[in-house]
Design a protein around this ligand. Structure first.
Ligand SMILES: Cc1cc2nc3c(=O)[nH]c(=O)nc-3n(C[C@H](O)[C@H](O)[C@H](O)COP(=O)(O)O)c2cc1C
Length: 385
């Protein structure tokens, strides 16, 4: 058995994969994966929110057949956890987005590719026949934004996810301390941390330097990197007409990711979104923002089934998914859990992370007494404080 296969089979949960991922990456790269904005209050809240709820199981139910099947963004999924868009996973393992997409397909769920990906829209589309979604940012250059939409459409992506929570880059102090900024400003301690991981340096700095694959034909302005140029393209002046413009160009199933306020959810649905992601970007944008889970119940009540509700942030166990569903979410989404797996074992590692979460979810449904998602009822969950 190869060392990475052994590491995967010995990882019994997402926390085990996280510990192994941490050991595998240079510290500044792990901090980039793991960290949040400023005091990381929201990053911590994303986990803490789940522990404020407890499950109340039902008895005398035949749970010999349990199915988490659900329809999300027009796709029939085998269970309600999709893979969130994350920028540049090539930093964590050379399998990068291809590994994540293949793992999601093998697990019977949907993969969302980020605009800030390390593999291109077309390369990832060709990697599996399974349906995928593409996550877009609206850039100041609307021509560039339009081009991305049309490329995703031509490549056959099943849905478009518009992320609206990066009007300006966030203040991630871990990255500023380590020098993982744009452009990088590595100090001596960070350089030593990289020197301790020669295999990582070989893959990422020599063999296939990580780049923003969707913009590879663009030239940065003299004196700036492509990454800093694209970051300077984030749009601080978004308006609702931009959402209508994107929905019109796309013409298919569209989700808005990064909403937390109920009024905004209403406006997004009125502007054509069929799906809403309650998300604070994994605690990486506005620190002190509420967690997605905090907003699920009131948003679900307000929507009353008019749109599909997805929540992300802090999903690390099958019971986390059950709690979100009991409060009214249709599905959850995960960023870091899949990335920890990818880091430890590439495609097989990402698949292990999803397999662990799926088997926890299905076992926990049976233990709760729920055979189908609609049996995970509001009465099965209580707030502890
Ligand atoms: C390393 C990393 C990169 C991310 N990049 C993006 C991105 O490019 N686009 C996006 O919409 N969200 C991005 N996110 C946020 C995720 O889509 C998701 O909202 C978040 O990871 C959920 O929290 P979790 O990691 O606790 O599951 C990123 C998150 C991480 C950890």
């Amino acid at each position: 058995m190869r060392a990475s296969d052994r590491a995967l089979s010995r990882s019994l949960n997402i926390a085990d994969l996280r510990a192994r991922a941490r050991a595998r990456l240079p510290a500044p790269v792990f901090d980039f994966l793991e960290g949040g904005a400023e005091d990381e209050i929201t990053l911590v809240r994303n986990r803490a929110a789940f522990s404020e709820w407890a499950l109340v199981p039902r008895a005398f139910r035949d749970v010999s057949q349990v199915s988490g099947a659900v329809e999300i963004l027009g796709q029939s999924l085998e269970w309600p956890l999709i893979v969130s868009p994350t920028g540049m996973p090539g930093l964590f393992h050379p399998d990068a987005e291809i590994g994540l997409a293949e793992a999601a397909a093998a697990s019977g769920t949907l993969y969302c590719l980020s605009a800030m990906a390390s593999r291109s829209i077309e390369e990832v589309a060709a990697s599996t026949t399974a349906p995928k979604a593409f996550q877009l940012y609206i850039f100041q250059d609307r021509g560039l934004t339009r081009e991305l939409i049309l490329r995703a459409k031509a490549a056959g992506y099943a849905a478009l996810i518009l992320a609206i929570d990066v009007p300006v880059p966030a203040n991630r102090e871990r990255d500023r301390r380590t020098g993982m900024t744009i452009p990088p400003r590595l100090g001596l301690a960070s350089l030593l941390a990289f020197a301790r991981h020669p295999a990582w340096c070989w893959h990422n700095l020599v063999r296939r330097p990580v780049s923003l694959a969707n913009f590879s034909d663009m030239r940065a302005e003299p004196g700036s990197t492509l990454l800093s140029f694209i970051q300077s393209q984030f749009e601080p002046q978004l308006s609702w007409t931009d959402l209508e413009w994107v929905a019109g160009l796309w013409g298919g199933s569209i989700a808005v990711k990064g909403l937390l306020h109920g009024d905004d959810v209403e406006r997004a649905v009125a502007a054509g979104a069929s799906t809403v992601f309650l998300s604070n970007h994994g605690g990486r944008q506005l620190d002190a923002a509420v967690s997605g889970l905090d907003m699920v119940e009131e948003t679900a009540e307000r929507l009353a089934g008019r749109a599909t509700l997805i929540v992300d942030g802090g999903i690390r166990r099958g019971t986390d998914i059950i709690k979100a569903v009991a409060l009214g979410a249709s599905a959850c989404s995960t960023g870091r859990a899949a990335l920890y797996g990818l880091t430890v074992g590439g495609r097989a590692g990402a698949a292990r992370a999803l397999q662990l979460l799926r088997s926890e979810y299905e076992r926990d449904m049976a233990l709760l007494g729920a055979r189908r998602q609609d049996e995970i009822e509001r009465s099965c969950i209580r707030r502890l404080r």
